[in-house]
Design a protein around this ligand. Structure first.
Ligand code: FAD
Ligand code: NAI
Length: 475
């Protein structure tokens, strides 16, 4: 007889492993199947986020930022560094250690919560006795059965037609995080989140970086006042960003990669680089899941179709994270995973899609929650905007990083905060206060009346709230 579980989770990324832990906490007998392999062929729990996404990218962003600080910014503090050198292998080794600590952490959490882990590919076999048979194809093959199934199979990098990833010349996020040496010239297609983060890493380490972006606007989904400020900072740092291009044929040989493209004026151009990173978005992972075996419905882009509660078209089959609609973010996947486990337990799991924060971990960092000024205008909503520059913040001056601002948007009538947009130092941390405020439906005045520590960057948030009412104190 097959091993029986209350809940089988397919995928051990942030959506899947968190769903498995929460379901186990709620008293269910839980299995989690994940196929990711480390360099030795062993399991590597944590999915894209841990292995080739959030965690390794932030490790390299940190290391490369230290390198840039030591080379370019320490001297302003009276610290002279002589003989500065770069050991890329060591930097990558540290990143791999950070990844492994996270992989091991999840193994520990599974043991602690008694989640049974299967290393291999999970695929639907059949509906049986009101539940589902799932095949696990790993070192051995077996079929397990579950009353509920949570699909959390994540996403993979989208390739350009005719230019598949070989991770040597044409790189996805995977290859972008493990280049053994700094390329002299690096090209990127797509100036989205990965393009900017990876472009920043390798530029700081010494590469000449050119990003080709298809859209005419830079960071089109971001509040455009914030995006413009960020664009200025990136260009000043030396990132070359060409907007409104149309990418054509991509070829590579011994001399590197050649990208034919039409620039914004329609002129034919060629970009010649040593390596090319393609970061043009991601596609849902459903290949190998055998959704057809049970009739699991996918949309035209291959994502699993779900409703607002992550229910699929099949009873007791749920799907969360990158494999379904919505932003492809680890914390969104986690929230959905927790909510689904709670719904299975008959509770009222909830995800507030209006208060999911976004962070781009460049320097300056870009972070936002809620609606942009462009969205409010398009919706015809009456709003008031308040901005406060870090230039006027004492802590930012002491840090030596005064780029950017906090921008708060509030309803013109009720003063409820509708969106907060930050470009500048530690925006990733500052946004948390704004998420809490929005989750509690706070007004700008609420933030303005709260005591914020001095000197701290968070005072810029308070001042932006005061600015909504045109009464900043320090600007
Ligand atoms: P995944 O993390 O992709 O996990 C899915 C898992 O399922 C994988 O381990 C996969 O191998 C496994 N799997 C797939 N099919 C099967 C199968 N049939 N059987 C068994 N296992 C299977 N998000 C943020 O919020 N912050 C960031 O800073 C951030 N940085 C990023 C940087 C990069 C370079 C990239 C690429 C992404 C980044 N993201 C970030 C996005 C984030 O990684 C994803 O949103 C998140 O990993 C989605 O989680 P998930 O659980 O849905 O899927
Ligand atoms: P993205 O959607 O952020 O950006 C893709 C960019 O490529 C867009 O600007 C798009 O206009 C452009 N593009 C698309 N096709 C193109 C083409 N043919 N030619 C030129 N430009 C083209 O996708 P990206 O950067 O690949 O990242 C994928 C996702 O991973 C992100 O959307 C995000 O959800 C997640 N991520 C999150 C991070 C974070 O939270 N800090 C970090 C990295 C990734």
């Amino acid at each position: 007889m097959n091993k029986q579980f209350d809940v089988i989770v397919i995928g051990g990324g942030p959506g899947g492993y968190i769903a498995a832990i929460r379901a186990a906490q709620l008293g269910f007998n839980v299995a989690c199947i994940d196929e990711w392999k480390n360099a030795k062929g062993g399991p590597a729990l944590g999915g894209t986020c841990t292995n080739t996404g959030c965690i390794p990218s932030k490790a390299l962003l940190q290391s490369s930022e230290y390198y840039e600080h030591a080379g370019k910014h320490f001297s302003a503090h009276g610290i002279e560094v002589k003989g500065l050198s770069l050991d890329v292998a060591k930097m990558l080794g540290r990143k791999d250690t950070v990844v492994k600590q996270n992989n091991d952490g999840i193994v520990y959490l599974f043991k602690k919560n008694k989640v049974t882990f299967f290393h291999g590919r999970g695929s639907f076999v059949a509906v049986k006795d009101g539940g589902y048979d799932i095949q696990v194809a790993g070192a051995a093959e077996e079929t397990i059965s579950g009353k509920h199934v949570i699909v959390a199979t994540g996403s993979s990098a989208r390739a350009l037609p005719g230019a598949p990833f070989d991770e040597e010349n044409i790189l996805s996020n995977d290859g972008a995080l493990r280049m053994g040496a700094v390329p002299q010239k690096l090209g990127l297609i797509g100036s989205g989140v990965i393009g900017l983060e990876m472009g920043s890493v390798w530029r700081r380490l010494g590469a000449e970086v050119t990003i080709l972006e298809g859209l005419p606007a830079f960071l089109g989904a971001v509040d455009q006042q914030i995006a413009k400020e960020a664009y200025k900072a990136f260009v000043k740092q030396g990132l070359k960003i060409e907007l409104g291009v149309k990418v054509g044929e991509i070829t590579f040989g011994k001399k590197g990669v050649s990208v034919a493209y039409a620039d914004a004026k329609g002129q034919a151009q060629t970009l010649s680089v040593d390596k090319l990173i393609v970061s043009i978005g991601r596609v849902a992972n459903t290949i190998g899941l055998a959704p057809e075996a049970v009739g699991l419905k996918l949309d035209e882009r291959g994502a699993v179709v779900v409703d607002d509660e992550c229910k699929t078209n099949l009873p007791n089959v749920w799907a969360v994270g990158d494999v379904v609609r919505g932003p492809m973010l680890a914390h969104k996947a986690e929230e959905e995973g927790v909510a689904v486990a709670e719904r299975i337990a008959g509770q009222h799991g909830h995800v507030d899609f209006n208060t999911i924060p976004w962070v781009i971990y460049t320097n300056p960092e870009i972070a936002w929650v809620g609606q942009t000024e462009e969205q409010l205008k398009a919706a015809g909503r009456a709003y008031r905007a308040g901005t406060f520059p870090f230039m006027a913040n004492g802590r930012a001056r002491a840090l030596g990083d005064t780029t950017g601002m906090v921008k708060m948007l509030a309803d013109a009538g009720t003063d409820e905060i509708l969106g907060v947009h930050i470009v500048g130092p530690f925006a990733s941390e500052l946004i948390a206060e704004c998420v809490v405020a929005m989750a509690f439906r706070a007004s700008a005045e609420d933030i303005a009346r709260i005591c914020h520590a001095h000197p701290s960057l968070s005072e810029a948030t308070k001042e932006a709230a005061l600015a909504v009412d045109k009464r900043t104190l320090n600007f």
